[in-house]
Design a protein around this ligand. Structure first.
Ligand code: ZN
Length: 240
């Protein structure tokens, strides 16, 4: 089975379309939450993913947009964007976001947004957090997002600092347990502004990291039309 894996799309339809075109035919599409927030097209992104039958989990931005969590932990720009999102989304988007589970198991994979200990909010950014994450899931692998930085943490070496997977990097899935982060489609933060995603091949037992360029200016123009914070607009240029 060939599975497309996306995370942190953040209402960036132009980036999502570039990923879907680059991805080609797949047997399934999985997402790791933060479908909305920051970007300009929440309804269109949810419609697109729902139409493709994407399955996944909820992120912190999705929880706030659905009205199930407060925005008090958000910085000013994130809060302004999520408040705008909450106002503009239609009932279908709201219902789809509200129905997302915090965690889901698919075969050898546990899917969460943040971490298996705290699926909505915790960031896996350090060795101790990664090491503490392994006992919190029972499958071979845990797929997560939230940091917007692609990463591979391995249990076998005590969750050593993560490998920084570049475009085309492939991880063997039969070489021990891992925490795998495909990076962010809609707002990458590793210094590469291209959309980031991954492809899982369950027969070859691999996950491959991929980057694809998209029309950043088109997303920025849409953000400015909706008066979303300028700092959020500009960061897309740099991938920070
Ligand atoms: Zn996010």
């Amino acid at each position: 089975m060939r599975i497309g894996l996306v995370a942190d799309v953040h209402s960036n339809l132009v980036a999502l379309e570039a990923v879907l075109a680059d991805l080609g035919m797949v047997d399934a599409l999985w997402h790791l939450g933060d479908i909305v927030g920051y970007g300009p097209e929440p309804d269109a992104v949810v419609d697109r993913l729902a139409g493709l039958g994407a399955t996944g989990v909820r992120g912190n931005h999705d929880a706030v947009a659905a009205g199930d969590a407060g925005a008090e932990w958000f910085n000013e720009d994130a809060r302004a964007a999520i408040e705008w999102t909450r106002e503009v989304i239609g009932p279908r988007t709201h219902a789809w976001l509200a129905a997302l589970p915090e965690r889901r198991v698919e075969g050898d994979f546990t899917l969460v947004h943040g971490s298996p200990r705290d699926p909505i909010w915790e960031y896996v950014t350090s060795r101790p957090v990664a090491a503490a994450s392994f006992p919190a899931f029972s499958t071979d692998h845990c797929l997560h997002g939230h940091t917007h930085i692609p990463a591979v943490w391995r249990e076998v070496d005590g969750a050593a600092p993560p490998a920084s997977p570049h475009h085309g990097a492939t991880v063997a899935l039969d070489a021990g347990r891992t925490l795998l982060n495909p990076g962010s489609v809609g707002q990458p933060r590793d210094g590469d502004p291209r959309a980031s995603y991954a492809v899982i091949d369950t027969e070859a037992r691999t996950m491959t990291f991929r980057r694809v360029g998209y029309d950043i200016a088109a997303t920025q123009a849409a953000m400015r039309r909706h008066r979303l914070p300028e700092r959020l607009v500009l960061r897309l240029d740099h991938g920070y």
